[in-house]
Design a protein around this ligand. Structure first.
Ligand code: XMP
Length: 310
């Protein structure tokens, strides 16, 4: 694929379609939405509104990092604090499908729906890629960015049309376009991270306190395994408890599972053979997080397990 030609073509197509109208997109910090943001900014300039929805489920320092990167690129991004809406939507839920559904609804119906209406935009840009479409058609994965699958007809629901400039590309193509657009490696070379974010790593109810625990454990795992060459690594907070000892006293504490997998495309995966010393260091740091008294390393391949826990 010729990234330069793709950018040229899509820039012209975006200008033709949007005309003198307004477009909007949501930036998550993943490579797909980052490429859409940079491409559309190049094509549409001030006719584009890009929002970064802070949803309470992000990794430590994430909003600041993404806003800094786009600030450095001179691309304006509006930060929308929707943490309360997402936490409210998740309160009391422990079923995985209900949790995922609540996040989708909070995003499309409550938060983003409102933002789009207020913006007056008539075009919504989405970072759907070919793999998303394939997996949806094959019924493999429920994709948060394919609205028809969610039963939403955007034109009648919100009055906007959806444009998907990346729908002919796969991940390697998106990365090539990202590089050609000048997006930094720290953004385009990141390990995969799911749309529902840390909620996929909390078994049971998602609360502020439990998010804080999994966020701290995630930071440890990402620091310790950065550059290890694995496909993906993460920490998950289990719903169970176990007995431990802290400062000579019994503690009935929380359990964190660490997962690190080798994979080509996440359809199948095997546990990475991490050096024992690294695992010991991760375990020591994770059990220093308040309330956590055990750390496990997950050896299960996919299948039968999935990569995420929820
Ligand atoms: P699973 O857990 O299904 O994950 O083995 C396979 C890959 O997909 C990512 N993942 C998601 N990505 N929205 C996303 O954008 C989601 O809802 C979602 N669920 C899982 C996961 O991180 C892994 O890379």
């Amino acid at each position: 694929m010729d990234a330069g030609a793709f950018i040229q073509e899509q820039t012209e197509a975006l200008r033709d379609t949007v005309g003198d109208g307004r477009a909007i997109n949501a930036l998550s910090g993943g490579v797909d939405s980052s490429v859409v943001t940079a491409l559309a900014h190049r094509a549409l300039g001030r006719q584009l509104t890009t929002v970064f929805v802070e949803n309470a489920l992000m990794r430590a320092g994430e909003p600041e990092r993404i806003l800094r990167i786009f600030g450095d690129l001179g691309i304006p991004v509006e930060r929308v604090d929707a943490r309360r809406e997402f936490l409210d939507a998740l309160r009391g839920l422990d079923d995985p499908e209900e949790k995922r559904h609540a996040i989708t609804r909070a995003f499309y119906e409550t938060v983003f729906g409102r933002i789009v209406r207020e913006s007056g935009a008539t075009y919504l840009l989405q970072g759907t890629i070919l793999t998303d479409i394939d997996e949806t058609v094959a019924g493999i994965k429920r994709q948060h960015n394919i609205l028809a699958q969610l039963g939403i007809d955007p034109e009648s629901a919100y009055g906007y049309k959806v444009i998907e400039p990346l729908r002919t590309l796969r991940k390697d193509g998106v990365r090539a376009v990202a590089a050609a657009l000048g997006l930094p490696d720290e953004l385009t070379r990141r390990i995969p991270f799911p749309g529902p974010a840390l909620a996929t790593r909390i078994v049971g109810e998602v609360t502020e306190e439990r998010l804080e625990t999994v966020r701290a454990a995630t930071a440890v795992v990402e620091e310790e395994l950065d550059g290890c060459g694995a496909f993906q690594y993460l920490a998950a907070l289990l719903a169970d408890r176990a007995t431990g000892i802290r400062d000579g006293r019994r503690e009935f504490g929380q359990i964190v599972a660490v997962r690190c997998v080798d994979s080509l495309d996440a359809r199948e995966a095997t546990a990475t053979r991490i050096p024992w010393e690294t695992l010991e260091r991760i375990s020591a740091r994770i059990t220093a997080i308040p309330g956590v008294c055990r750390c496990l390393y997950d050896l299960t391949p996919k299948p039968p397990a999935t990569v995420e826990y929820v």
